[in-house]
Each structure stands twice: as structure tokens, then as C-alpha cells.
Design a protein around this ligand. Structure first.
Ligand code: UD1
Length: 409
């Protein structure tokens, strides 16, 4: 029997193809689990799953990335010590949704045929997620969906993620729901309860590995900002539905608010997307007490979240990370699929309209009680053991064991 420890990280490229395995009559080989992802948030949330798969001797993990994000993916890999076995490098400048889908689908499908995995694991709701699930489905390979069951019920918001995750639900055989609410959404969509495990969100596992580290900031300007001890607002924005005017409006609201509050500084780790960057630079470059940075390495970003005063964002992952660090979050969206922290009171939806964002931000900065009400640490999303639950459920799917009890906050 081939040991799952053999052939990592790069030798999977020589691993037996489907045809070779059949012709050699390799029956006793340990099941291969191919993990597929392509963007930074998927990488962060898959890293704990890859680590947990690597602990197992019962499975052979294979990491395949589409490279939908290039630099931002490499950054995460470097931190978590992951060397992908396969890298499809599909990123193109200003890629369209169709280009990503076509290139990822073709690339992943031929990999699936070559590697012949026993299961393919995808995460979340990006175009890589959907293309990976479809590519596996076409080869009749069971699809495992990590972070299943998130919904806004608005097919255009977030775009195209809401549809990506609904389609991935249709394609998946095993649904790993972070929360009970996510499980309930899947059941309502017709997924059999026996095909769902409630795991907690793996982002909390990732956060647990970095949060006590106090990683030094590699950017001296950023280190200096934090040393000054003023109140720091962390701002991130990238969503397709906010491109252009909505993003401008929201950024202008932030400038309105900090103008007459000299004890407040703003840090904006910019997304690599040039369409986003053009707006952020046009609105915020050279503004007093506003600091634009390149995307931060994960451990530095986690430290920044833990040291800031509050967060203004349209990111999904940050809506999960910041509440567990006790940082209030204003979300630049009209809806969210992450309702648990909204219900707990640490996350508030403010949309992108300038007066609304401005008033919400001003209130949080000026009203200590309002701030304190949002700043209590809550953790509805996980206990740091989500990846273990995911892997146990995958083992069960493959007839190798039993899943763990569901996650309860
Ligand atoms: C993608 C996902 C989105 C996710 C987000 C997280 C889709 C359609 N969108 O959005 O769901 O929330 O990632 O960040 O799957 N670029 C680089 N280097 C990088 C990353 C991006 O140069 O490392 C540039 C490229 O010009 C690329 C553009 O950014 O064309 C946009 O990237 P893309 O993956 O299409 O969309 P995102 O906005 O990053």
C-alpha cells in the first residue's frame, strides 16, 4: 500500500493516473482527497483542513490550486507552509467571470481525470469553488463543500457568490455547514440532513494559529501608526457589486468622519484587483491619517484586527474574524449571509450610502456606550476545531470512520 506520507509535496505530479491505477489493479491504495481552491480567503479557510488531512494516515491529501489569485495566494501558502501539488495558474489581468470559469473548469477537470481522487473538497463561494465542484461532478467524483449553507436570498448580492454557493450545494455530496443556521438553510433547500455536518468555520481555526503571535508588522509605516496608540479604523473593500460609485460613496463617508477627529487613523490594506485599487487610490491617497498598504500577510492582518478600534469592510471572512476578537464591524453591504454576529450585535449592516455610513461610523466613534455594546467578543462561528470535524466527516463519506458531534457554540 502506498503510504499517504509518500510523495508530498510535489511528487503527486507523478502520481498514478486513473488509467494507471486501474491497469495496475491498485485497489488497496488509500483514498485520495483533492482539495481545490484559488483565492486568498479560500486558502486561509482551507489551510486548517489541509493540515488536518495531513495528520491522517487513512487519506492522501492532494492540494490543487487554480491560482485565481496569484500573489495573495502565495502569501497565505508561505505562512501556512503549504506547497500545492498542482498549480493551474489561471489568473489573467482583469479576468472576467467567464474567463475564470472556463479556465478553472478545464484545468480542474483534466486534473481530476489525471489524479483520480476519491473526493474533491471545495470551500466557500468563489468562481473557483463552483468550477471545482462542477469539474469533479462531471467525473462523478463526490464533492465536499466546506462552508456550505450560507445564503442571502438575493441572487445578485453578493455577486456572483450567492449563485456560486447555491450551485455548489446542488453539486455536493457532503455539506460542511459552519453553523446550525447554515445547516437549516441547506435542509430548507432540500439537502438530506444525513449529508450535512455542522463543523464551525475553519477561519476560526486559522485565526487561533496566529492570534497570540503578535507578528511584527513588516511595513514600518504601519508599525508606526499602531505605535502612536490612536484609534485605528481598518477598512477593506473589494466586492463586485460595490465597484465604482458605491465604493466611492463609502470611502468618502470615512473621510467625512475622520476629518474633525484627529485621534483617529485609517489603515486600508488594498486588494490586488486594479478595478478596486483605482477607486481606493483616487479617493484616499495622500489624505491625512489615511494609510494605504499592500495586502498584508495573514498573521499581520490578524494582529491588525486585534489591535484596531473598529472595522469597516465588505469582506465575508472579516465578519467572522473580527467579532471573535471583540472588534465592532460595520459592513458595507445591504445584506449578509453571516447573520449570527449581526444577531449577537457585533456586526452592523450599513450599506454604501455616504450619509448612512458616516452616521454609523460617527456614532461608534463618539458614543462610548454604543461602542461598548458592539465590542463584546462573541464567537458564533467556531471553536478552533472545525477542520477536525470536516476531516472526520470526509472519512465517514469515504467509509473510513465516523463524523464527530456537531459544533455547538
Ligand atoms: C475574488 C472572488 C470573491 C472573493 C474575493 C476575495 C470570484 C468571482 N470572486 O474576487 O468571491 O470574495 O476573490 O479576495 O471568484 N489580482 C491579482 N493578484 C491577486 C489577486 C487578484 O493581480 O493575487 C487582480 C487581477 O487583475 C484579477 C483581479 O484582481 O483579474 C480580480 O480578481 P478576481 O479573482 O477576478 O476577483 P476578486 O475581486 O479578487
Amino acid at each position: 500500500m502506498r503510504s499517504p506520507r509518500d510523495g508530498r509535496p510535489d511528487e503527486h505530479n507523478d502520481a498514478a493516473t486513473a488509467e494507471q491505477r486501474t491497469s495496475k489493479g491498485i485497489e488497496s491504495v488509500v483514498p485520495r482527497v483533492m482539495v481545490v481552491y484559488g483565492t486568498r480567503p479560500e486558502a486561509v479557510k482551507m489551510a486548517p483542513v489541509v493540515a488536518a488531512l495531513r495528520e491522517r494516515t487513512t487519506l492522501e491529501p492532494i492540494v490543487a490550486v487554480t491560482g485565481q489569485h496569484r500573489e495573495m495566494l502565495d502569501q497565505v501558502h508561505e505562512f501556512f507552509g503549504i506547497r500545492p501539488d498542482h498549480d493551474l495558474a489561471i489568473l489573467t489581468e482583469r479576468q472576467t467571470l467567464t474567463e475564470i470559469t472556463v479556465r478553472a473548469l478545464e484545468g480542474i477537470n483534466s486534473l481530476v481525470r489525471k489524479v483520480a481522487p476519491d473526493a474533491v473538497v471545495v470551500q466557500g463561494d468563489t468562481t473557483t469553488t463552483f468550477a471545482g465542484a462542477l469539474a469533479a461532478f462531471y467525473e462523478r467524483v463526490p464533492v465536499v463543500h466546506v462552508e456550505a449553507g450560507l445564503r442571502t436570498d438575493d441572487r445578485y448580492s453578493p455577486f456572483p457568490e450567492e449563485i456560486n454557493r447555491r450551485l455548489t450545494t446542488e453539486l455536493a455530496s457532503l455539506h460542511l455547514a459552519p453553523t446550525v443556521a447554515n445547516r437549516d438553510r441547506l435542509v430548507a433547500a432540500g439537502v438530506p440532513p444525513s449529508a450535512i455536518a455542522v463543523t464551525g468555520n475553519t477561519v476560526i481555526d486559522a485565526l487561533c494559529t496566529v492570534v497570540d503571535r503578535r507578528q511584527p508588522y513588516s511595513d514600518p509605516e504601519l508599525a508606526e501608526v499602531l505605535r502612536r496608540g490612536r484609534r485605528v479604523i481598518v477598512v477593506t473593500t473589494h466586492r463586485r457589486e460595490s465597484w465604482g460609485e458605491p465604493m466611492r460613496e463609502a470611502l468618502r463617508a470615512i473621510l467625512d468622519v475622520i476629518k474633525d477627529r484627529p485621534d483617529v487613523e485609517v489603515v486600508v490594506p488594498m486588494h490586488r484587483n486594479p478595478i478596486v485599487r483605482e477607486v481606493v487610490v483616487a479617493e484616499l491617497a495622500d489624505q491625512p491619517r489615511v494609510h494605504l498598504t499592500e495586502p498584508l500577510p495573514y498573521a499581520e492582518f490578524a494582529r491588525l484586527l486585534s489591535e484596531c478600534y473598529l472595522v469597516v469592510t465588505d469582506s465575508g471572512g472579516i465578519q467572522e474574524e473580527a467579532p471573535s476578537l471583540g472588534r465592532p464591524v460595520l459592513v458595507l453591504r445591504d445584506n449578509t449571509e453571516r447573520t449570527e454576529a449581526v444577531e449577537a450585535g457585533t456586526v452592523r449592516l450599513v450599506g454604501t450610502r455616504r450619509p448612512v455610513v458616516r452616521d454609523a461610523l460617527a456614532q461608534l466613534l463618539d458614543d462610548e456606550r454604543a461602542y461598548a455594546e458592539m465590542a463584546s467578543a462573541v464567537n458564533p462561528y467556531g471553536d478552533g476545531k472545525a477542520a477536525e470535524r470536516c476531516v472526520a466527516a470526509i472519512e465517514e463519506l469515504l467509509g473510513l470512520g465516523h463524523r464527530l458531534p456537531d459544533y455547538v457554540p
